[in-house]
Design a protein around this ligand. Structure first.
Ligand code: SAH
Length: 455
């Protein structure tokens, strides 16, 4: 059967890259047969070696670039290739923004058959050192702890001293905590044998307040030499506000477990987006790029176009970030979120900002909102910001029944955005415009906000 393929394993051929995949691989076609080749950029001519062929597509390796893309740059990170956390460092930032714009347009068109205006991606002035949260898996090397990232396609941990998309202070905090835990004999979690203590170190830092939270995630109920470790962290980490212990004794890729306790300081740290203050606890979702979060929320608010009279629903509200932005301009906001701790934070956040026209409910958006509607409630504007898998069908159906005048869809996955927009368009909405916002420079992730109105 493989004889019918236009290329064979080990062939060395000349190609032209046409596209870039979500993983950041270049795509070239040989008689319509796609080859995926890491590190190739659209427009480049190259010699490649075919390393694997499947029925419908194959993989290759770059041998030589014959004609370079004008957007090709040298990746500044020394561990870029091994890490896999970033996929686009070899593409200039201008090239990244263009690629993300094209990706959103292509996916909306191909998956959703959506015909709308997609604006150029809103990017950062300085697209480095933006992340407020660092989360590193822990391993061991010659008796000491190492922490960094899993080597691509493996569970081998590689040590990392710095990460160029992380706020610099977070690198220092992670390294310091690693050293302190090593010094007091903490053993790394051994995934294969399900033994050892420390699985992950998580650090979150308020970009404006500078407050630091450290979360130690262990398999074991206790941390050896806990008191000495905590004392030394408090001594060495500037602006430390909260040290949290989370226990995860399951064999799982999920990072945090069910038990969370405060070892030192507060249960939350605070930060600001614009002039709204947020308390954030260990288990709550909080956007990782604070600078661009402001851009994203302002766009969502602009698209909601509120005049102070509306009833607004914020589905998938997390700690109430978008809800509180909306509440300043609306009559009433109703936020729904599945993580109970996030809703606790959301209620606290309403209080600390002296915002009283907002109510929060814990539960699945696709259950809570239909029930709320059945009880006779309606909304003029509905905002959704679902996780990657998009909105549940039951929620989309309730939107079509309730018919809010406007829907603002904040999405971290263009594919499910396209799918859901198609359902909403078939039910009577029109996608007026879409704004991609670059929340994750150097990576292929794309965030986009869509504005829909009832026609
Ligand atoms: N709008 C918030 C959170 C967006 S992330 C912000 O910008 O910060 C998506 C949120 O949806 C997460 O907080 C997640 O816990 C929540 N979530 C996931 N599935 C859900 C569901 N079925 N119903 C309600 N919330 C859900």
């Amino acid at each position: 059967m493989s004889k019918t393929l236009p290329v064979q394993k080990n062939d060395i051929i000349d190609i032209i890259f046409e596209d870039l995949t979500h993983e950041g691989s270049g795509v070239a076609k040989v008689d319509g047969y796609p080859l995926f080749i890491p590190n190739g950029l659209p427009g480049e001519k190259a010699t490649v070696k075919v390393i694997k062929t499947n029925k419908n597509y194959g993989f290759g390796r770059l041998v030589e670039i014959k004609e370079r893309s004008p957007y090709r740059v040298e990746a500044p990170c020394l561990i870029y290739k091994e890490c896999g956390g970033c996929q686009l460092q070899h593409l200039s930032y201008e090239g990244q923004l263009k690629m993300k714009h094209k990706h959103v347009m292509d996916v909306l068109e191909r998956i959703g058959k959506i015909n709308t205006t997609v604006h150029p991606t809103l990017g950062m002035e300085d697209p480095w050192r933006y992340r407020n949260k660092s989360q590193v898996p822990i391993g061991e090397q010659e008796g000491g702890l190492i922490g960094g990232f899993y080597q691509q396609r493996s569970h081998q941990i590689i040590n990392m001293e710095q990460c160029l998309i992380q706020q610099e202070e977070n690198d220092y905090v992670v390294n310091t905590v690693k050293d302190i835990c090593s010094k007091y004999g903490v053993r790394a979690y051994d995934e294969a044998r399900h033994k050892g203590d420390l699985r992950h170190i998580m650090v979150r830092r308020g970009a404006i307040t500078k407050e630091v939270m450290i979360v130690l995630i262990t398999r074991t109920q206790d941390i050896p030499n806990r008191k000495a470790i905590v004392d030394e962290i408090v001594e060495k980490v500037p602006n430390i506000k909260s040290i949290i212990h989370n226990v995860n004794n399951k064999k799982t890729n999920v990072i945090m477990g069910e038990i969370t306790r405060v070892l030192w300081g507060e249960e939350t740290i605070t930060d600001y987006i614009g002039d709204v203050k947020f308390a954030i606890s260990a288990r709550s979702f909080y956007q990782v790029n604070p600078e661009q979060t402001k851009v994203l929320y302002e766009k969502a608010l602009e698209y909601a176009d509120l005049n102070g009279e509306e009833k607004v629903i914020d589905a998938y509200c997390g700690i109430g970030t978008i809800s509180l932005f909306l509440a300043k301009k609306a009559r009433q906001v109703f936020g729904v979120e599945i993580v109970p701790q996030a809703i606790e934070d959301a209620r606290k956040n309403a209080l600390i900002n002296d915002i009283h026209n907002v109510e929060f409910a814990v539960g699945e958006a696709e259950v809570v909102i239909p029930n709320w509607y059945k009880a006779g409630n309606e909304a003029d504007v509905l905002v959704v910001d679902p996780p990657r898998k998009g909105c549940d069908e039951a929620l989309l159906q309730t939107i079509l029944d309730m018919k809010p005048r406007k829907v603002v869809y904040v999405s971290c996955n263009p594919a499910t955005l396209a799918r859901d927009l198609r359902v909403l368009e078939d039910g009577g909405y029109k996608t007026e415009e879409v704004q991609p916002v670059d929340m994750f420079p150097q990576t292929t992730h794309v965030e986009a906000v869509a504005r829909l109105s009832l026609v």
